[in-house]
Ligand binder design. Sequence first.
Ligand SMILES: Cc1ncc(COP(=O)(O)O)c(C=O)c1O
Length: 381
Amino acid sequence: MKEVYLDNAATTRYKPKSVIEEMTEFMKNINCSPGRGGYQCAMEAGREIMKARFILTEFFNAGEPENVIFTKNVTESLNYLIKGILTKNDHVITTSLEHNAVLRPLNQLEENNIIEVSYVEADKKGILNHELIEKEIKENTKLILINHASNVTGTILPIQEIGKIAEKHGLFYAIDTAQTAGILDIDFTELNLDFLGFTGHKSLLGPQGIGGMILSDEMAEKMESLITGGSGSLSESVKQPDFLPDKFESGTLNTPGVIGLKAGIEYINSVGIKAIHNHEIKLLENFLNGISDINKINVLGSLDIENKVPTVPLTVQGYDLGDLGFKLAEEYGIMVRSGLHCAPLAHKTIGTFPQGTLRFSIGWHTTEEDIEYALDTLTKI
Ligand SMILES: Cc1ncc(COP(=O)(O)O)c(C=O)c1O
């Protein structure tokens, strides 16, 4: 059966050859613990990690490579942020478009009466008005934490405008780039960010199990380490080092993952992020044009392709979406995701809670034929 993968918002299934080759090469020929020994292969592993930090710093136009911290995914990075910077009676501003990676750690602290949270509502199309963010600022506001693009509607949030608000009021500013890194240019310095959380396995085209965060110096200084332990440095002391990246990187890193992520970003650089974006947006346009001709399908969220990543949520009149997702996979080989996509408030915002939507998400490896096949299949059904 033909296979068409349209769940790139969850993870990109197909990786560049170089990602697989470089990871394999590392595991075959190097595979020592970085920063943990004075012998050749350990030093080589350390150099590869350092190269990856440089590449990430350049990719996101951030400050120093040491400020790039590796974690296992953006969920872990967001937990580091939320639990490491917020203390008793702090107030946070976030949005109704966040993923549970943000909502659950915030809720955990909120339920324990540690912090207060304001959830700024996007409109029914998933568009967020940045002025509403400023209205929520209070005396005890410490952090603005927002999604760069929604994994439900695909809408891009006004991160430039919100950055100016954060700067004006002297607040920490953090973004979750899970749905945008590798598709859109993101400039850490220009946006005046204190935290940029990224995950390796989506549009950065790396493997699963690697992600990270880039921190401003002030954030790095004020943020507590959630996880402490061996860092290969200052081993004479039982105190966690206070310098970067060691303050936040305890335990042996996922070095093959870091190498794969590095190769993913090098691949993106070689193709050009603009070319990737144009390809995906062209296919998004084809999909949206085609779908508008099919009866009984209701596309949700904004259709403004200029302000959207290639993710399309829809409902189909007369169909249970779980059943339809299953049918598409089993009978036609089309892989999409039905349900709430770990973002319950986003579905409340667009009016699709609790049934959710069927989400089609396009990636770099999606082809025009894939889109035609998906449209033909939906028409047939
Ligand atoms: C907007 C957003 N944030 C966070 C995450 C969590 O990503 P990960 O599972 O890689 O930590 C996702 C994953 O779908 C996402 O779409």
